[in-house]
Design a protein around this ligand. Sequence first.
Ligand code: C2E
Ligand code: CA
Ligand code: CA
Ligand code: CA
Length: 276
Amino acid sequence: AYEPMLVLLVLVGLFGAWGAYHWMSLPRAAGEVIERARARGEFVPYLQPLVSPLSGRWLGAEVLMRWHDGDHVLAPGAFIAAVEQSGCLGAITRDLMAATTTGLAGARLPEGFHLAFNVTATQLADPALPGMCRALRERLGDAVVPVLELTERETFDLAGHGGQLAELFALGVELAIDDFGTGQSSLSYLSELHVHTLKIDRAFVDSIERDSLGKVVLDAVIELGQRLGLKLVAEGVETAAQRDYLAAAGVDVLQGYFFARPMPLSDFVRQLPAHA
Ligand code: C2E
Ligand code: CA
Ligand code: CA
Ligand code: CA
């Protein structure tokens, strides 16, 4: 009478062990794939222009990661979670900063050109970051302003990084809050963190031609940013109507497919003179 029970227990045990093995080894396998791709230089920077609403000039660029795997170019939605799990995000961020610095070294960048990188709170604490920002300004000139974009929910982790932040600010680095309006945080960090820029999330820009509630929030965010003396960037601008609305509302900088899609560094450098 015990035997079927025993067999069942053994089977459950074996199945469990098999499952646990795969559960543990899958992320590790993914990590190896990411690390190999990094070593081959497959993570590359794409640049999307930051545009003046009035003149249409390119005032800067956001650096967006792409995985260039043979013939395929993948956007981060497909792989960023695997990169974060792999523990390689810090190294890849440093690679992107270095590649962008090198790629722009020959370009004539306009005065005050903002070069924005996406970083997590962990990366912001990376002791190599100030050196990377210093190298960027040494190679590209003091006219270039390095910007670090953080999402709203991560700003809470920053309290302990005051020393590093002070060092970055001394180097002329600015902070931007990404996807602003999508978090549910208290706004106290805006003054505590010495944030320079709010990036208004695409969802609110979308609402300009559609829903009036989203538009109410958009107007409120714009007014908040203006009252706090922050620079406002609107992302995901896809139509002339959106551009006109945001320009009339006094948003400082626009970004979106209406102006240009993210593009390889070499394309950006080639197109810049016509828009500078
Ligand atoms: P994000 O920082 O909010 O970047 C803006 C995203 O909106 C980009 O997607 C960009 O290609 C897209 N976009 C720009 N204009 C338009 C538009 O007019 N319409 C639409 N529909 N989309 C537009 P992307 O490049 O796929 O990046 C997705 C996210 O991945 C980024 O969102 C950012 O959170 C993350 N990411 C990208 N590069 C890096 C990186 O180097 N490091 C880290 N930590 N995260 C990154
Ligand atoms: Ca961003
Ligand atoms: Ca964003
Ligand atoms: Ca967004």
